[in-house]
Design a protein around this ligand. Structure first.
Ligand code: ADP
Ligand code: LRH
Length: 495
């Protein structure tokens, strides 16, 4: 049979993209039809997402998808970054611009939440790692605001985009699991947590699971994009990391993944959550994945550190080209200085080269002297954080791995992949860079009956069709152990 065309809308923190995947038996071809920047806007002292600009990018992308497929799509799926949301009024209109998770407004309520609900109880109920921007903190910070008082609905970002495309509201499960308002054992709302914190769960529309139907493109969207209806929209792993993990080309079960883009999400795919106190102290999260899986992982700052350095250098008039910078970084002395790439102190934007230099100075290490050395410091630090996360994940879950998969934009970064293989002492399989779009499309293709089976069969198809690069560990693992000792400080969960 002729392969069917599916469109993935994948909104990352650094860029949004619309990809078309042609899927058939033994076939999975992916084409990027549109990519657009995702540039936050600070206004009135608050950092926002420019959500209408993103929606315009989605419409432009669907129009481009239509041009690439003769106007016909078998289905569309939407995924994006986690935790953030838009509020809807009684007419279903968006109230204000969604706030960016890097905004600092939650700082004021972290201690208050911990007093109301001890961190160990919150973890036992939700299994979510402490991150200051978890939706739970955002909603407590919003208490008492006119916007929340007027709200009659709350949609997480991919659900908001899907609502605008279809007119139908739902809360997709994998992304709902990043709110810290879900119980990973029941895969349903953690009602006692919401009640204790005064959060109204009725704002969330009913839950949907990846693979569920989620409406069809509205007539106005068809007109705007030139697509021929009906075009169904399918719920996918709407958390981009859930789709990225579904897009990992793993053979068998003994694998770890690192989804590296703006963030590095490093961990394991499990059948059940790990809710122990040790796990909480190590700041591991139990996010929900497709097909009843648990994504047991730690958030690491990721290439955000490098993106922010580049933004800073460019603002100072320095021209820095990423490829050239990475080539120079590859020739720098290894592990000269490392920073804790898990430290939430790096979450906020601004002054990144200076903050990295301060962290090196503060821990008695040499300060990077130029852009290449700063880049090497970032990549060594990320590889070290990848190593720590994967060793901790294995210890805490009792699951051993023999292969590390790197997916996401960072899979293009050969130096990062090589350093990660060296630091972990494990072979690294790099690619696909667009795993989130592929995971998104594979879930749609399963609903359409184009791919038969579950994650195993989808991954088999990825192995057969995607170009992958292999990195064998080399070098001295003791150098990484010594660098780790330099950063011996324990992970610092809240409380
Ligand atoms: P997000 O989904 O969070 O927006 P991506 O997965 O698109 O992020 O990854 C973006 C990052 O990938 C960039 O910041 C960059 O560091 C890295 N990247 C993308 N393309 C390349 C490339 N050709 N070479 C090296 N790094 C790359
Ligand atoms: C990656 C990601 C990650 C979340 C963060 C907010 O894009 O979704 O999984 O923790 O953004």
């Amino acid at each position: 049979p002729t392969p069917l065309p599916f469109a993935a809308v994948d909104l990352g923190a650094s860029s949004g993209r619309v990809m078309v995947g042609h899927v058939g038996p033994g076939t999975l071809g992916l084409t990027e039809v549109h990519r657009f920047p995702n540039t936050p806007v600070r206004v009135g002292g608050t950092l926002h997402w420019d959500v209408l600009a993103l929606y315009r990018g989605v419409l432009d992308g669907l129009r481009a998808a239509g041009r690439a497929t003769g106007g016909r799509l078998a289905s569309v799926g939407v995924d994006s970054w986690a935790v953030d949301y838009g509020l809807l009024d009684a007419d279903g209109a968006l109230i204000g611009n969604p706030v960016h998770y890097r905004d600092t407004r939650t700082e004021a309520v972290i201690a208050k939440v911990a007093e109301t609900l001890p961190p160990s109880d919150l973890y036992a109920a939700t299994g979510l790692q402490y991150l200051p921007f978890n939706t739970v903190y955002q909603l407590v910070a919003a208490q008492g605001t006119a916007a929340l008082a007027a709200a009659r609905g709350l949609l997480l970002i991919p659900d908001l985009i899907a609502y605008w495309l279809t007119g139908e509201a739902g809360t997709e499960l994998t992304n709902a699991s990043t709110t810290q308002l879900m119980d990973p054992r029941t895969r349903d709302w953690a009602r006692p947590v919401a009640d204790t914190l005064g959060i109204d769960l009725s704002l969330f529309p009913p839950l949907r699971r990846p693979g569920d139907p989620a409406g069809a493109l509205l007539p106005e969207v068809l007109t705007e994009t030139g697509l021929t209806g009906p075009v169904p929209v399918t719920a996918v792993g709407s958390h981009d990391t859930a789709s990225a993990v579904a897009g990992v080309p793993a053979r068998g079960e003994r694998f770890a993944y690192i989804a590296t883009g703006t963030w590095s999400l490093a961990g394991l795919e499990l059948d059940a959550p790990v809710l122990t106190e040790d796990s909480r102290r190590a700041n591991f999260t139990n996010e929900l994945g497709v097909d009843g899986t648990v994504r047991y992982l730690r958030n690491i700052m990721g290439l955000w550190l490098l993106q922010e350095c580049l933004r800073d250098w460019e603002a100072r008039g320095q021209t820095v080209e990423l490829g050239e910078l990475l080539r120079r970084a590859a020739s720098c002395a290894p592990l000269r200085s490392v920073v804790d790439a898990g430290d939430p102190a790096f979450i906020a934007p601004g002054r990144m080269p200076e903050r990295i230099a301060e962290a090196c100075r503060g821990s008695g290490q040499p300060v990077p002297r130029d852009a290449a050395e700063t880049t090497r410091c970032v990549l060594d630090s990320l590889a070290l954080a990848h190593r720590r996360a994967l060793m901790d994940a294995q210890r805490l879950s009792g699951r051993a791995v023999d292969t590390v998969h790197i997916v996401g934009g960072g899979a293009h970064n050969e130096l990062l992949c090589r350093l990660t293989a060296d630091a972990c002492g494990l072979p690294v399989v790099a690619g696909p860079a667009e795993a989130a779009a592929l995971g998104n499309i594979l879930v749609q293709a399963r609903t359409a009956g184009t791919v038969i089976g579950g994650l195993r069969e989808s991954r088999q198809l990825l192995c057969e069709t995607q170009g992958l690069r292999h990195h064998v560990p080399s070098g001295d693992i003791r150098a990484w152990e010594r660098a780790e000792a330099r950063l011996a400080k324990e992970e610092q969960p809240c409380g």
